[in-house]
Design a binder for this molecule. Structure first.
Ligand code: GLU
Length: 300
């Protein structure tokens, strides 16, 4: 039986969609359509202090203004705490997760460098808290890899970027599953939810590619399937930096069909797609006409 394609777009409601996030939204939608699959939307609102009230609804409206409407119910991560807790509990029972009492300062003081913008956790609390209070929970990467016979270097293939690899222990270390501020970590939430929504293909921005090995190892630890990954090109601002809400990317104005179309054109251009031409517009009109004729036979 052919694999059922399920894709998704998973925005964090920390602001409205900008030109960069629309690229990921459009690419994931196009990929789902190309494969005859379904396209879902997940609101990644676990990092509550960074979420902007009503931004989730505004993002859904922005997507709808671009004709990108999900094929199934929208999932809000803020309602998924029980599923994340169950996943962490399972890991704790296997001895694959442990509490950590280190502060950020403790971790930074044990090493001179932070590679890949990730501070490598030196494993201080792996053998026990030694009197410290538990702050966060971490995955014991080496324990998982040893128990499951996984190699230290994880190889994976991105559909656009080609073969990739990472030595998780050396380059990241035991990463956080539940944060010291009481919030669920992105890595755990994304892996649990991709599996719960049956996501077979992840299409997202290239800035997230560096998280993939953490997610693959976590999928193994939780006995969950690994989707195919495709990371889309980043949109850079005038200063050459990637566009993000953090560096002040402007929210897209999608109030009228004209502004929505021009935002879609710009996103399509980043993906190397041609502008919508007269021919494609006519082809779309034809498809629509056919639908009308079929549904209103009495009229025609
Ligand atoms: N919520 C993440 C973001 O908006 C995307 C996560 C993902 O696609 O895996 O950057």
């Amino acid at each position: 039986m052919a694999e059922v394609y399920t894709g998704r777009f998973a925005p964090s409601p920390t602001g409205l969609l900008h030109a960069g996030s629309l690229v990921a939204a459009l690419a994931s939608w196009l990929d789902a359509r190309t494969h005859g699959g379904q396209w879902l939307v997940r609101i990644e609102d676990v990092d509550t202090p960074r979420c902007v009230p009503q931004a989730d609804q505004a993002i859904l409206q922005q997507l709808a203004a671009c004709g990108l409407t999900p094929d199934g119910p929208v999932l809000w991560q803020s309602q998924r705490g029980a599923a994340y807790a169950a996943a962490l509990q399972g890991l704790l029972e296997k001895g694959w997760a442990y509490p950590c009492g280190c502060s950020r300062k403790d971790i930074e003081s044990t090493q001179a460098t932070a590679r890949h913008h990730v501070t490598v956790y030196p494993g201080t609390c792996r053998e026990g808290l030694k009197g410290k209070a538990a702050r966060a929970w971490r995955l014991n990467v080496q324990a998982v890899q040893a128990a499951l016979g996984l190699p230290a270097v994880t190889h994976w293939k991105d559909r656009r970027l080609g073969p990739q690899q990472q030595n998780l222990s050396q380059e990241v270390g035991d990463f956080v599953l539940h944060r010291a501020d009481g919030l669920w970590a992105y890595q755990l939430a994304v892996v649990v939810d991709d599996a719960a929504q049956g996501i077979s293909h992840v299409v997202r921005g290239q800035d997230l590619a560096d998280n993939t090995v953490r997610q693959i190892v976590l999928q193994r630890a939780l006995g969950l399937p690994t989707p195919e990954y495709l990371h889309t090109p980043l949109v850079r601002g005038a200063n050459g930096e990637k566009l993000s809400k953090q560096n002040g990317a402007l929210a897209l104005d999608l109030q009228t069909p004209e502004t929505a179309l021009s935002a879609l054109h710009a996103a399509a251009h980043v993906l190397g797609l041609p502008r919508v031409s007269v021919q494609t517009s006519v082809a779309q009109a034809l498809a629509k006409w056919t639908l009308l004729v079929r549904s209103h036979t009495g009229l025609f």
